[in-house]
Unconditional design. Structure first.
Length: 133
């Protein structure tokens, strides 16, 4: 139940930001791809998705952050995981232990944030060099 809750909670940002990124591609670029005879799938995978990568990776980043936040909330319904030590410390009023456990989750979030940002930048550089975008 915890994994399902985390998935449902974290899915909307990636869907919304991917949709937004694809819709924000310049109409002139789409017209140019149509004038060169690109099919719908060629436009989507060759033009729209590469140009929408910054928004897509912002969605991935937000999804990771929201999932980590939901892990703590999921511990309230009995899910074992990273949130249990935080919940246990807060419920027993151990402020220092709760802060330490919370900071560990924040550190994990920062690490995941940096990894996803570096992966996104590497992917964007690869696409720029491969497609000349």
């Amino acid at each position: 139940p915890g994994l399902i809750a985390v998935f449902i909670y974290a899915l909307p940002p990636i869907v919304r930001l991917t949709n937004l990124g694809i819709r924000l591609v310049d109409k002139e670029v789409l017209e140019a791809s149509e004038s060169f005879g690109a099919s719908y799938s060629q436009k989507l995978f060759g033009v729209q998705i590469p140009l929408a990568l910054p928004n897509i990776f912002a969605g991935v980043n937000q999804t990771i952050m929201m999932a980590l936040a939901m892990v703590v909330i999921a511990s309230m319904i009995g899910v074992k995981g990273l949130g249990v030590p935080v919940l246990r410390a807060v419920s027993n009023q151990y402020l220092a232990l709760g802060m330490l456990n919370g900071l560990a989750i924040v550190a994990l979030a920062i690490i995941f944030d940096r990894i996803s940002q570096s992966f996104g930048k590497r992917m964007q550089k690869h696409l720029e060099s491969a497609h000349g975008v």
